[in-house]
Each structure stands twice: as C-alpha cells, then as structure tokens.
Design a protein around this ligand. Sequence first.
Ligand code: HEM
Ligand SMILES: *[C@@H]1O[C@H](CO)[C@@H](O)[C@H](O)[C@H]1NC(C)=O
Length: 443
Amino acid sequence: QKHELVNDFRQFRDSPLLKIWIGPVPFLVLFHTVLNNPVHMDKAYAYKFLHPWLGTGLLTSTGDKWRRRRKLLTPTFHFSILTEFLEVMNEQAEVLVEKLDKEAGKGPFNCFNHITLCALDIICETAMGKKIYAQSNYDSEYVQCVYKMSDIITRRQRMPWFWPDLFYNYFGEGWEHNRSLKVLHSFTSNVIYERAEYIAYIESDSESDQGMRKRRAFLDMLLKTTDEEGNKLTHQDIQEEVDTFMFRGHDTTAAAMNWAIHLLGSHPEVQRKVQQELQEVFGVSDRPINTEDLKKLPYLECVIKESLRLFPSVPFFARSICEDCHINGFKVPKGANAIIMPYSLHRDPRHFPQPEEFRPERFMPENCVGRHPYAFIPFSAGLRNCIGQRFAVMEEKVILASILRYFNVEACQKREDLRPLGELILRPEKGIWIKLEKRKQQH
Ligand code: HEM
Ligand SMILES: *[C@@H]1O[C@H](CO)[C@@H](O)[C@H](O)[C@H]1NC(C)=O
C-alpha cells in the first residue's frame, strides 16, 4: 500500500528525482524540499528516538503487528464515541475561553501554550479518562514531562553526534531523557491499572452501572477489546497505544489550531465569514456545541483544511518502497526510502493556484471537483493514514468556534516572522502572537 502512494505522486509532479544520503541510508526526496535541513528526515532514525517512549505502538510498528493493531483500534474511533468526546472538548474549550478572556483587550500575547495545554487536557481525558487540569495546573509533573520529552527528542534528532547511545548518555541529555521517561511511563501505567480495576468493579456490580458510570475513554476500549482468537491486549500493549495517543494526539492538533488562529487573525474577511456562520448556528445562545452544529459549519471546515494545507502539522513522513518501480523514468529498487512532504506538495500551483495565498474557498465542494486525491494529504493517505483525523477535525472545530464566538482575533505577526520549523511537528519558532478583543455580548 505504501508504494502505491508513492507511485501515484509521479503522475502530477515532474520535479527531478533527488537522492540524498543520510548516514548510510539513501533517500529519495520525491519533491523539491522547501523545509530546510533534510538531515534529520530518516524515518528509521526519526522514529528510533520515539521508541523508548512509545515502544512499538501503532505509529512506530510495522508489518503484521501493525496490521493486527490497526484492526483492533479502528473501531475505537467510531462515531458514537466521538460524540461522547465532544462533551470533553466543550468543557475544555470553556476553560480556554475563560483564560483567554483575561488577555482580551490587553495587547499582544503568545497564545501557543494556552492552546497546547487545552489540547493536552482533551487528549488526557479522552485517551485515559483522566483529568489532569493542564490548563489550570502547570506544575503537573506529567504535563511538564510530556512537554519536555518532545523537546528532548527533537533536539537529539537535530544533533547527529548525539545519535549513538554512548555519546548521548555521557555528553548529551541521556539522564534527563531517562528521568522524564520514568515519569511518563509510571503515570500512564498507574492510570491503566486504576482504570482496569474500575472497569472490573463496574462489571461485577450491575447496580452501580447507572449511578457512577464515568465517561468512556479510548483506554476502556483497549482494555475490553479482543482479537479473533479472543486474546486481550497485554498491559504493555495498552501502554504503547496510550502513550502513542498522548504524543500524537495533542501536539498535532495544537499546532494546527495555532496556525489557523494566525491565519484567521491576518484575514479579517475570512474571520468575519466564520463568525457569520457561527451566528447563524448559535444566534445569541452560549450553549455548548453539539454534533448537529458541527455539520452546519462547512466554511469553518474549509478554513481548517486550508490552514492544514499551508501548515501541515506533520510536515513530512517517510516510506519504504515495497516493490521495484519507476518514478519519473528512474528505476527505483525495492527497499528504497522515500520522503513525502505535504508541506511542498500542498504548494503545487497546478492544484492550488497562487499557493501561498490563504483561500478557504479552495475547499468548497464545487472547487474540489477533479482535484487529484493525493494533492492534499495532511493526514497522509492509504492504509497507513492518520487514525485520529476525525477526532482532530472535531477538536479543531470546537476550539476555533469557541474562540471566535467570544473574541475577534488580530494577528501580530507577518507570514515571514513565523519561521515554521519542520521537525516532528511543524511549529512557529517564536509562537503565535495575537491580540484579542471581546465581541459585544448579544444579550
Ligand atoms: C491535525 C492533527 C493531525 C495531523 C495533521 C495528523 C497527521 C498524521 C499523519 C501525516 C500520519 C502518518 C504518519 C506517518 O506515516 O509517519 C498520522 C498517523 C497517526 N496519527 Fe495523526 N494527525 C493528527 C491528529 C491525530 C490525533 C488527534 C490522533 C489520536 C487521537 C492521531 C493518531 C495517529 C496515529 C495513532 C497514527 C499512526 C497510524 C498508523 O500508522 O496506523 N493523530 N497522523
Ligand atoms: C538511560 O536508560 C538506558 C536504558 O535503560 C540506559 O542504557 C542508559 O545508560 C541510561 N542513561 C543514563 C544517562 O542514565
């Protein structure tokens, strides 16, 4: 399935084929690279540093293990559970709006961490069924370590001399890495034990079923699920997946929402159109957002997609070619590594004329007709695509809608000030600086 994806690309991109060597590994870059510094793009290496934390969960596993896991996990993202998660998203959005309210009318501030902590609260509660109050309690050791770990891994990727373990342990951050790892693993491990006991208790006592039933979390489904032979996942299997969701499920959406806020803040006409759509759905009410509302926000959805086009949270990913094939007339042997870059792919003027312009209208259904299905791939494509994409879009809608219902946003940075850094996640170097103005209360 992987090489299909690669094969299809050549039909619409005729840039020269480029081969680069990363250490001993040759890589094909399928499109001219826009992101600077391709040195740390080796999938094997990029992902290697995730292994101590994530083990071989869905993101990092391959072959049969991946296939079995994916089959088990796909139902956990079913629509009915997403509806339950909507409640969590609304609650955390409310906390965020209260925090932002304190900044309103006061001049420029960096909203990056406010939004990231909100995303972290949402993923903790939906993945593990555990509230961590990241938005109100910065001191949580777990929260700090989630933050720190992404930084530590990114730094190591940037410094090839720290790739060998020996050097890393002696001269690098090996000690700090191990300390954070211990905090991360013992936290999720405890949550899993607690939750398993709770589920056993609920199941043994049918009367408590109505009274004290908690909201479901991904973890509950992982604890209950069985494969064809009736085998349950082990504690370690579950831990890998929970840690993967914690990592993959908040940084990505947080970055996406921040980029969208910047773009909305620098395009007042787009912002007004979103607010008009919100006005039509919610009127003067400040009620939470329900699933029906979500369907009535098509323009906001276009804004989300157009933001992901310009700033895809995952700026590149790597694949190995599974069969000999030809790309742009070059023979590519089986086993070659290819890098796919949504960041440059999304800027192909044949599919997106004047690609640097922010134009949500591009994603209106009538304007998508005839576009190549792989011209826009923020969530990757094919069998190995993002399992959390519906979750992600839903979260973005709830948070962005909540912000724009209460505030007008003004961006304080120009596009050239943003300096997107493309490592594991595409992030603005110095955060996202905005000004907020409270909208007139309508009642
Ligand atoms: C805007 C938000 C998001 C973006 C842009 C995004 C993007 C991606 C991309 C490009 C991949 C493929 C990576 C690769 O092949 O190396 C991927 C995989 C994955 N994503 Fe997401 N993602 C987002 C949100 C989420 C969320 C919210 C979750 C979980 C709740 C999630 C969980 C995963 C997992 C588990 C995989 C591995 C799937 C597999 O290999 O079978 N993602 N994502
Ligand atoms: C970190 O943990 C690994 C694996 O347990 C170990 O090999 C390494 O020596 C540790 N590093 C430091 C600096 O303690």
